[in-house]
Ligand binder design. Structure first.
Ligand SMILES: Cc1cc2nc3c(=O)[nH]c(=O)nc-3n(C[C@H](O)[C@H](O)[C@H](O)COP(=O)(O)O)c2cc1C
Length: 161
């Protein structure tokens, strides 16, 4: 990119509207909104990664778990959507990431939830759970309880053993 174009882009990015969030659950959902429907059933505070470029960028101010679907290309290529790449492009968002939950479809075989698995490996955090489409009632319960345990202070977890 020529230096002037780069400077223009940096200027535009610096002046982009921002939404800050301290939600412990950040998710992406495309227009089919399966993931959004799953997240609604959790009845937990959450924030959605912007779907459209004109929406303000989302910056996290506290540790969070990322819940995302996979949209795989040819042989698992480009399986992480650009909106999710953009979100993780912000240093604060990478720094605050603690774990990943994947939504997907087992019909995709070895590429099932591959986006979540790749992000977890790259950012050195665990894959906490994977589920299909909008999830079952069991998935909802497991994720809800799993996240509650995940965020409990270590001292409290020890006392409960
Ligand atoms: C074009 C397309 C490609 C997909 N690729 C994958 C894939 O590689 N692996 C996977 O596990 N699921 C894949 N899925 C399934 C989606 O991840 C799944 O439907 C998810 O629930 C969509 O969530 P959303 O409606 O919130 O965007 C794909 C779905 C579509 C429509």
């Amino acid at each position: 990119m020529p230096p002037t174009a780069l400077a223009d882009r940096q200027h535009a990015e610096a002046h982009e509207p921002v939404v800050y969030t301290d939600s412990k659950l950040i998710y992406f959902s495309s227009i089919s909104e399966y993931t959004r429907r799953f997240v609604e059933k959790l009845q937990m505070d959450s924030a959605r990664i912007p779907l459209y470029g004109y929406e303000p960028k989302l910056i996290t101010t506290a540790p969070y778990v990322l819940l995302i679907p996979t949209y795989g290309g040819d042989g698992g290529k480009r399986s992480i959507l650009p909106q999710i790449m953009k979100f993780l492009g912000y240093e604060e968002n990478r720094k605050n990431l603690r774990g990943v939950i994947g939504a997907g479809n087992t019909n995709f075989g070895e590429y099932y939830c591959i986006a979540a698995k790749r992000i977890a490996a790259k950012c050195d955090v665990p894959v906490l759970y994977t589920f299909e489409l909008m999830g079952t009632q069991e998935d909802v319960l497991k994720v809800k309880e799993g996240l509650e345990t995940f965020w409990k202070p270590a001292s409290q977890k020890q006392q409960e053993r």
